[in-house]
Design a protein around this ligand. Structure first.
Ligand code: AKG
Length: 320
């Protein structure tokens, strides 16, 4: 059905003004994937997509322009590292000034959603310039055939966050599950010594149900129990890990259902950016929300969403 037909269909019944307002709202919801049960497009032909379906991740070389990475690093140095002001932090979820690791200029905690915070406009502009490109969208399209993506979250890491094995889908997935992407972008070389990312090769969309692990259904409270049980399952059934050694310019993408975590470090500086995005037409939510029977996507936590170019939408103001 064409968009025009959909508007006409949605606009039937009720007083004209009300009908039109209702139709406009439903159209926005439709584009957002909030009420419309869109289906994922079939996986495209090609080696990238086939590999991603089987292993749940992809590594692209030279996907991000070097000058744009340098511009982001300069913005971070000037706007964040050199500033006494507070910034919204990844781990503490609070606005806090830099606390540096002993003897370094490496902040202990990263930045949460710096692309959407009023205190970091230069960083935000540099993130948009680096990320929301046709090239990055085309690489995602090679994986899943979708043509438009919505960015929900960004994190900038200065040092490895020490994250245990987990699934990003628990807190942000699509319905059907496994079509959300995490984009992981090194801003400096990632070696075996500065806390690299470790990925468990895992078929895209594979979900081990809590019942299969003998833990209670997904809920905010059962996160730790589920992930402890999943880690045991992985040790037994999927013991291999991929630890990509990366240069700035590379891009790692993995699915919302792919287990991953951070390895330990001896060198503390590890600048990288992590991005959570979904094909814009798909419904989304967290596993606990899906488990509770949520039949539409949540409305927040953002206050504003904007389109950038042909291929991107991004949450540009959050309630954090
Ligand atoms: O950057 C890393 O080492 C992993 C971080 C991560 O998985 C997360 O924050 O969800």
């Amino acid at each position: 059905m064409s968009v025009a037909q959909k508007i006409r269909e949605l606009g039937r019944g009720g007083p004209r003004g009300l009908r039109l307002r209702h139709a406009a709202k439903q159209l926005v919801d439709l584009v957002d994937g909030t009420t419309f049960r869109a289906r994922p497009v079939p996986a495209p032909e090609g080696a990238t997509s086939a590999f991603y379906e089987q292993y749940g991740y992809a590594i692209f070389r030279g996907a991000v322009e070097a000058e744009k990475i340098a511009a982001l690093c300069t913005a971070l140095d000037d706007e964040v590292i050199g500033s006494p002001d507070p910034f919204l932090r990844h781990k503490s979820l609070k606005r806090e000034p830099n606390v540096f690791l002993d003897g370094t200029r490496v902040p202990r905690d990263g930045l949460l959603n710096p692309h959407a915070q009023p205190e970091s406009p230069r960083t935000a502009a540099a993130i948009e310039a680096l990320l929301l490109t046709d090239r990055v969208a085309e690489l995602l399209t090679q994986i899943d055939g979708a043509r438009n993506y919505t960015v929900h979250q960004t994190i900038v890491f200065f040092t490895p966050p020490g994250t245990g094995l987990h699934l990003d889908g628990w807190s942000f997935d699509t319905e059907p599950r496994g079509f959300g992407h995490t984009l992981w972008i090194p801003l400096e070389p990632i070696t075996l010594r500065n806390g690299p990312l470790a990925i468990v090769p895992w078929p895209r969309g594979k979900v081990v149900a809590p019942a299969e692990l003998n833990v209670e259904a997904a809920s905010v409270e059962s996160y730790e129990l589920y992930h402890a049980a999943l880690s045991k399952y992985i040790r037994q059934h999927a013991p291999d890990c991929v630890v990509p050694q990366l240069e700035p310019g590379d891009l790692v993408v993995f699915a919302s259902t792919t287990p991953h975590g951070t390895l330990p470090f001896v060198q503390p500086s590890r600048r990288a950016m992590q991005v959570i995005a979904r094909p814009s037409n798909l419904r989304w939510g967290s596993w606990p929300q899906f488990e509770a029977g949520l039949d539409h996507s949540p409305n927040g936590p953002w206050k504003a969403l904007k389109s950038v170019g042909e291929h991107w939408r991004i949450v540009c103001q959050t309630t954090d």
